[in-house]
Design a protein around this ligand. Structure first.
Ligand code: FE2
Length: 314
């Protein structure tokens, strides 16, 4: 496969597993193009044209040093200059994939957060409330990533001549869909039943061995789950803490997330919403693995690093 083919496949699979549905996602892409047509020439120059084809701007090709056939890749949850040096040390690495966004992908992290509004809406939160509360959080995230050194790893890849890509929401969508299907099929009654389901997933089982397995952050094992929502697995990063009260009003009883801040935890507690944290790097691994299986199927060798718990489901 070429780098572009890997990237296209990631976007395609990301769309297929998007909670909004492929049709709705394509509609959003079209709206971006329509918006672009109405801009002035100078505004058009600055416009991120990748947004016509890619609904997940935190997932990108960041450097093409050599556009060759990709046979062996180094994949990690976080790729920093250290991992790129590691690739050099290992040798014969055709492409490095980072899960967490880098470069322009990191600068665009807030762009994918709109997805959360639609997911919240699917779980019963009125769209006006979801959009209103998320708007503030989205601009906060945009300002937060603004201060970061986006290009550090990208520059290292350029200097050392490595192909580099990041695949964030494309993979998180896969994790969210996988967990949703699993939980909806098993229909757990109590939090302990939900925990049992999570603990059987190989990535979480492995993470539990080193103390990072699924944990109950709010609630007790005996408490009933009520309606379980998967609102916090995909869509960039944490949403607004003010949402929990609205989620409770919409009938959500339990949230399954990757990670949660203290502020969010307190709000969930006050709203009587149970919070089960599946685990950050393990949940990231789950989504990345489901995509990597597609590459493995196509004959690509995978070398995991930087926290990635590689599990093949082939
Ligand atoms: Fe993550």
């Amino acid at each position: 496969m070429t780098i572009k083919e890997i990237y296209n496949l990631a976007i395609e699979i990301g769309k297929e597993n998007d909670f909004r549905g492929k049709e709705k996602v394509n509609e959003i892409l079209k709206t971006k193009k329509d918006k672009f047509e109405k801009l002035s020439d100078t505004e058009k120059e600055d416009f991120d044209k990748e947004s016509f084809e890619n609904p997940y701007l935190d997932s990108r090709i960041l450097n093409i040093a050599d556009d060759k056939e990709i046979k062996r890749i180094l994949v990690g949850i976080d790729i920093e200059p250290a991992e790129i040096l590691l690739a050099k040390e290992i040798g014969d690495i055709d492409l490095i994939i980072s899960h967490h966004p880098l470069g322009r992908g990191l600068a665009s992290l807030s762009d994918v957060m709109d997805l959360q509004c639609d997911i919240l809406n699917q779980y019963g939160v009125p769209i006006n409330i979801a959009e209103g509360l998320m708007k503030e959080k989205i601009s906060e995230v945009a300002r937060g990533v603004n201060r970061l050194n986006h290009q550090r790893a990208v520059d290292t890849a350029k200097i050392l001549g490595f192909n580099l890509m990041c695949l964030h929401t494309t993979c998180d969508n896969l994790a969210a869909k996988f967990l949703k299907d699993e939980i909806e099929e098993e229909k757990p009654e109590r939090i302990e039943d939900l925990m049992k389901i999570l603990k059987e997933i190989p990535e979480y089982k492995e993470a539990a061995k080193y103390g990072a397995g699924p944990k109950i952050f709010v609630g007790d094992p005996e408490r009933r789950c009520g309606k379980i929502s998967l609102t916090e697995i995909t869509g960039g990063t944490e949403g607004s803490p003010k949402l929990y009260e609205k989620m409770a009003q919409a009938g959500i009883g339990t949230v399954v997330g990757m990670h949660i801040s203290e502020e969010h935890k307190k709000e969930a507690e006050m709203a009587n919403i149970n919070v089960v944290i599946a685990g950050h790097i393990s949940s990231d691994s789950l989504g990345v693995n489901l995509f990597l299986d597609e590459l493995e199927k196509r004959g690509i060798e995978i070398i995991p690093c930087s926290g990635l718990i590689r599990v093949s489901r082939l």
